[in-house]
Design a protein around this ligand. Structure first.
Ligand SMILES: C[S@@+](CC[C@H](N)C(=O)[O-])C[C@H]1O[C@@H](n2cnc3c(N)ncnc32)[C@H](O)[C@@H]1O
Length: 218
């Protein structure tokens, strides 16, 4: 894997064997803020939401959510699943926290340093549960009533096994009524499959470099 710069100055990771990166090259922080924070986390009305993220990856979505939760004084539980943990020597180099502020740098370090598979308080307003597991075979029934879903798997063309009706049904079953799912993908097949599960789907303008993204409401 290689750390690369994106156009807003923030890093992302490029995987040559897959020819895929973790975020948009048009700005990692810009994309994550737009798709997941603005259109997902900030859109949901709950005063104390539970977020479920598919693919913890670099921890960028997690960092941005923790910062937003603190700013809004909005107690948040953040559950995230990751099959392939990034090595510490890679996450230590990522500039997300440093680019934002000294406080953000500390939060980013804590998000990475904390234990997996248990709930850890990161701040007064942010509890984190990092699951080291495989979304495909994990039983998610203990995580009911998630208000906001960040569906941030590698692209449907690169990892089609993460974008199946079976996975979408699993995600639907842990989403609360009126819960919101957001994803950077705008693929017609993804929209149709999510709609078939019961999500009311809409297309929204995408972040820089992408025409559209998807949002669904249960
Ligand atoms: C697009 S990246 C996620 C980026 C991440 N949300 C961030 O803020 O950096 C997709 C992530 O899904 C993870 N992943 C791939 N297959 C998985 C699986 N079967 N179960 C759980 N996570 C998986 C990858 O390792 C990768 O970290």
């Amino acid at each position: 894997m290689r750390i690369i710069n994106t156009s807003d100055g923030s890093h992302t990771i490029y995987l040559p064997e897959m020819n895929e990166q973790y975020h948009s090259v048009n700005g990692a922080i810009t994309e994550s803020t737009y798709v997941y924070i603005d259109k997902g986390y900030n859109f949901h009305v709950s005063k104390n939401p539970t977020v479920f993220e598919v693919g913890f990856g670099t921890g960028l979505n997690c960092l941005l959510t923790a910062l937003q939760a603190a700013q809004d004084k909005r107690p948040t539980i953040y559950i995230t699943i990751e099959k392939y943990q990034l090595p510490k020597n890679i996450t230590d180099q990522l500039n997300f926290g440093r680019l934002i502020s000294e406080d953000a740098r500390i939060v980013f370090d804590n998000i990475h340093a904390c234990k997996w598979n248990e709930v850890v308080p990161i701040s007064e307003y942010f509890n984190l549960f990092k699951i080291n597991g495989d979304l495909i075979d994990i039983n998610l029934t203990q995580f009911v009533n998630c208000d906001v879903i960040y569906f941030d798997a590698f692209g449907p063309d690169k990892q089609p096994e993460m974008w199946t009706p079976l996975i979408f049904r699993k995600i639907y079953s842990i989403t609360s009524l009126k819960g919101v799912l957001v994803t950077y993908s705008a693929k017609g097949e993804v929209r149709r499959q999510l709609a078939a599960c019961g999500f009311e789907m809409e297309r929204l303008p995408g972040p820089p470099g992408k025409i559209q993204m998807l949002r669904g409401i249960k």
